[in-house]
Write a protein that binds this ligand. Structure first.
Ligand code: CA
Length: 227
């Protein structure tokens, strides 16, 4: 597995790249955004660790350029504490996950492994997460074998979440996928539908699967990570 680390802070770049090499990854380090983009475009990486604040070209610009060129390599953003807007902008720009500095190396490694394990898109007809099942042919939802009735919107919303397991999705991302453009600026509608969906798939069941990531968005996951 080959990983690109784009980070200008020496100490972080060093401890991350050393740890990843010890975990048997092949690691390249770029020290500014322009070099990072050049690396990312010229080699096949399995995942990219990308700092947001970078000299010459910032991380979000790099990410947008990469996505604009059609590159789908998973990207994990490194953000500073309390930069909620950065994280939202990062996820909207096409990041797959983020980690707040300072972080412990084992957490970075766990996140990267999760990104590497993630199937690009679950193409099967029955999607599963813990005891929640979505049969996309019969359009049936079951939790613990119990049939759950969903409206068309709720079904579409759950299907979207299911196709990005473990990933934080921002309100903007959700709105743009589920509603037409009239609704995109009304993020409240997303919260309302998440509430409906949560009542149906989580109430009375354990563990909770639909998580709120405060100030950022939502995540469908069997693990209680960021809440
Ligand atoms: Ca930095």
């Amino acid at each position: 597995m080959r990983i690109l680390v784009v980070e200008d802070e020496n100490s972080i770049a060093q401890f991350v790249s050393q740890g990843l090499r010890e975990a048997d990854f092949v690691v390249d380090v770029a020290r500014n955004g322009r070099d990072g983009l050049e690396f990312a475009l010229s080699a096949e990486y399995d995942v990219i660790v990308l700092d947001v604040m970078l000299p010459i070209m910032d991380g979000l610009t790099l990410l947008k350029e990469l996505r604009k060129k059609g590159h789908t390599t998973p990207v994990l953003l490194l953000t500073a504490r309390d930069e909620v807007e950065d994280r939202v902008a990062g996820l909207d720009a096409g990041a797959d996950d983020y980690l707040t500095k300072p972080f412990a190396f084992p957490e970075l490694l766990a996140r990267l492994r999760a990104l590497l394990r993630r199937p690009p898109i679950q193409a099967g007809t029955v999607l599963r997460l813990a005891d929640l099942e979505m049969d996309t042919i019969k359009r049936e939802i079951r939790r613990s074998g119990q049939l759950i009735e969903l409206s068309q919107r709720e079904y579409t919303l759950l299907n979207y979440l299911f196709r990005h397991p473990g990933q934080v999705l921002t309100r903007t991302q959700i709105a743009e996928h589920i509603w037409n453009f009239d609704f995109v600026n009304d993020s409240n509608v997303v919260d309302v539908y998440i509430g409906y969906l949560r009542r149906k798939i989580d109430r009375g069941f354990s563990p909770p699967l639909l998580h709120t990531v405060r100030g950022v968005g939502y995540r469908l996951s069997a693990e209680n990570e960021h809440d």
